[in-house]
Design a protein around this ligand. Structure first.
Ligand code: HEM
Length: 416
């Protein structure tokens, strides 16, 4: 008869803080300093989360939504002050504000129409528009001077693509971008009480805006995602309400934006860091899709996702109680040598890089994975074609936003 592995008490790492400046600068150096092969799961009191580092454990969590609820996925990392909570509640922003935080059957109710309207045809049809947007953004660059690639390309590209995909009028996009910034800090950062109130106010405005957008689209349909969801609503208004459509748009407006901005930033950074990588891609653009997957493995743009246990479980040899909040360190799973040989080496030609968990797995698997990868590929094709001699500018800062889940350079100074 098989014997159960011996249970150990959960190790505690009092100094583990993913919002610490040293961690934000180089989380992989922190990872390398931890004894994760002996302690694959540990408790971080600075967060009140259990950190899960091993690929197999994170994958098991994603594949078992009954034991691991998604309810913490967007939970503010710090408890909110009552004033911020009241503003959010009045604005219809619940603690599980959208599908990525919901468990079945509530999740299924939103996910099904999301996937139905997000057809491969609709994504493939975006290719020409993405190429044209890349060209337009690069046309605006002065190649004679150093420029910030984030401002020039990686930020505006996915924002413009996802907002036009959703059907957001051009004039409203700047506001929406600003609200998305508040959302990142509110749920994944550590805002002070007065900042929480400001973020909560913009969240209420953001949700109000999306409700109005759905109402306006209901009377003036277009060839866009919001209208495709409204067509599903028409078939059976009880199965997908206007409020639920606004919630799906809330998911997409954020998920389709910062994730991809950061992916392109990380991709270009990792290629330029070692010129031979960049030159190999310039010489052979067929390496680009592999480089995108390798970036998602090696330096993903969503390094952490969260779950909470619904019952007592044993994970990574550690007993966890019901209600244990889990910090699924996706970035660490990409460096797991049991799955990826020589994991700290960046290799665009690595076989099996696409087995990364950067898009999650199971019922919440990223709805926009193919769109995000398409945008990254076309951005890099445009960039290598236009500026084959591109290089990083020495001595410029490369700051990162202080939050746990969305990582990419806030500025990336390059010279054509
Ligand atoms: C390109 C980089 C991207 C990364 C690394 C990424 C990563 C993720 C991750 C980790 C999850 C959670 C998975 C889970 O809980 O199991 C997720 C969910 C999701 N993503 Fe993405 N994403 C990206 C791009 C996009 C884009 C472009 C869109 C849409 C336009 C999108 C839409 C969504 C949605 C709607 C969900 C929620 C799915 C659900 O709860 O069923 N993502 N993504």
């Amino acid at each position: 008869m098989a014997t159960e592995p011996e249970q150990v008490q959960c190790p505690v790492r009092a100094d583990f803080d993913p919002l610490d400046p040293a961690f934000l600068e180089d989380p992989y150096a922190v990872l390398a300093s931890l004894p994760v092969s002996e302690e694959p799961v540990f408790y971080a009191p600075a967060l009140d989360y259990y950190v899960v580092t091993r690929y197999a454990d994170v994958e098991a969590v994603f594949l078992d939504p009954h034991s691991y609820s998604a309810a913490t996925a967007q939970l503010p990392l710090v408890p909110l002050v009552p004033a911020a909570r009241e503003i959010l509640a009045a604005g219809g922003h619940r603690p599980q504000p959208s599908m990525v935080s919901l468990d079945p059957p509530a999740h299924t109710r939103l996910r099904r129409p999301t996937s139905r309207a997000f057809t491969p045809r609709r994504v493939a049809a975006m290719e020409a528009q993405i190429r044209a947007t890349v060209d337009e953004l690069l046309d605006a660059v002065d190649p004679a001077a150093p420029f910030d690639l984030v401002a020039a390309l990686t930020f505006p590209l996915p924002a413009s693509i996802v907002f036009s995909f959703m059907g957001v009028p051009e004039d409203d996009r700047a506001r929406l971008k600003e609200w998305c910034g508040h959302r990142a800090t509110l749920a994944w950062g550590r805002p002070a009480p007065d900042e929480q109130v400001e973020h909560a106010e913009s969240m209420a405005a953001y949700r109000g805006y999306l409700r109005e957008l759905v109402a306006a689209k209901a009377d003036a349909r277009g060839d866009d995602y919001a209208s495709a969801l409204l067509a599903i609503h028409d078939e059976d208004p009880e199965a997908l309400t206007h409020e639920e459509i606004a919630s799906i748009l809330f998911s997409l407006s954020f998920a389709g934006h910062e994730t991809t901005n950061n992916l392109i930033g990380n991709l270009v950074r990792r290629l330029l860091e070692d010129r031979s990588r960049w030159e190999a891609i310039v010489a052979d653009p067929s390496l680009i899709p592999g480089a995108v997957d390798e970036t998602l493995r090696f330096d993903t743009s969503v390094p952490v996702w969260r779950r909470v246990t619904t019952r007592p479980v044993t994970l990574g040899g550690v007993d966890l109680p019901e209600g244990a909040k889990l910090f699924l360190w996706l970035a660490a799973t990409g460096r797991d040598g049991a799955v990826f040989p020589d994991p700290d080496r960046f290799d665009p030609q690595r076989e099996g890089a696409h087995h990364h968990l950067a898009f999650g797995k199971g019922i919440h698997y990223c709805a926009g994975a193919s769109l995000g990868k398409l945008e990254a590929r076309l951005a890099l094709e445009g960039l290598t074609g236009r500026f084959p001699g591109l290089r990083l500018v020495e001595g410029r800062p490369m700051p990162f936003h202080p939050n746990i889940s969305f990582r990419g350079p806030l500025q990336l100074w390059v010279q054509a």
